[in-house]
Design a protein around this ligand. Structure first.
Ligand SMILES: [Zn+2]
Length: 293
């Protein structure tokens, strides 16, 4: 397999880029489904667990229970139209091409398909294509995986202000394993910064919670900060902590909103620092600001 790719690479040096664009489009298409279904699934899990609490106190609300179990089944079905629930045949489910062929309308009920879906596919194609063109294969693969996880985390957080635990735990553990295998010099500092980060944010929340308006920084966001520490070490965490509120402020200004999820801002800085470290090969340390000069 490796040899085949190498031979094709000899014939056309952009072969890897083309392949990356193709893979990117397909991953983007799959991510569309994940980003649509995960919030529904998480919400119904939340509803179900609150029902359990209500049942514990002998408070009965039966009417909505059926509703939540119905949404529970959603992620087990194969591709279907979100409006009329008809299954989508595979030949109408080809990324980008199907959308263009159907002129942005569904074949079953002729409803408009949001341009957001095709936009996500194009973003993934572009990001994967650029990474595999400019960075070496291993680092490009690593950055693409982290980008994909951060994209889903941000999308779900924007929709329902929850960061899915399995995704953020994957980022933390994979970062730690990478650190231990290739960069074990500052392993202790990294572990300490993860633990400290989690405890400081928990403590801040305990202090500020009685003042009202909920947590200052959600525990999902705290885990995302921990993931940045797992991959980028103490200084990576520090820079993520310093820059993400600034990005958050910009996002709020752009959206003209006072309140929105914090996850996308953390993800934005986390991903930028990942590209600086693994793509450009610049070590993340206390002199990161030197980059500007
Ligand atoms: Zn339909």
């Amino acid at each position: 397999m490796h040899q085949i790719i190498f031979n094709l690479y000899q014939i056309n040096p952009f072969f890897i880029s083309y392949l990356a664009i193709l893979v990117g489009v397909c991953v983007g298409s799959y991510i569309n489904v994940v980003c649509y279904r995960t919030p529904i699934k998480l919400k119904s899990e939340l509803i179900n667990s609150s029902f359990e609490v209500l049942e514990y106190f002998n408070i009965k609300i039966n009417k909505h229970k059926e509703l939540s179990s119905e949404t529970n089944q959603i992620s087990d079905k194969r591709s279907y139209c979100p409006r009329c629930n008809k299954p989508i045949p595979f030949y109408l489910n080809i990324p980008v091409l199907s959308w263009l062929f159907l002129k942005g309308k569904s074949a079953c009920c002729h409803q408009k398909i949001s341009v957001r879906y095709i936009l996500v596919e194009i973003i993934f194609a572009a990001v994967y294509g650029l990474m595999f063109t400019y960075f070496d294969f291993g680092n490009a693969a690593l950055l693409s995986i982290v980008f994909t996880f951060l994209f889903v985390i941000s999308s779900v957080d924007l929709k329902i202000e929850i960061i899915p635990d399995p995704l953020v735990y994957f980022l933390i553990w994979s970062g730690l394993i990478y650190h231990a295998a290739f960069d074990s010099a500052d392993m202790l500092a990294t572990l300490l910064s993860i633990v400290l980060c989690y405890f400081i944010i928990s403590a801040l929340n305990v202090i500020f919670r009685p003042l009202g308006k909920g947590d200052a920084i959600g525990m999902g966001d705290a885990k995302l900060f921990c993931a940045s520490a797992a991959w980028l070490g103490l200084f990576g965490l520090a820079w993520t902590f310093v820059f993400s509120p600034f990005v958050f402020f910009c996002f709020c200004m752009l959206q003209k909103r006072r309140r929105m999820a914090f996850g996308p801002s953390i993800s934005y800085i986390f991903m930028s620092l990942m590209i600086i470290k693994f793509g450009l090969g610049i070590e993340i340390n206390e002199n990161l600001l030197d980059l500007a000069y």
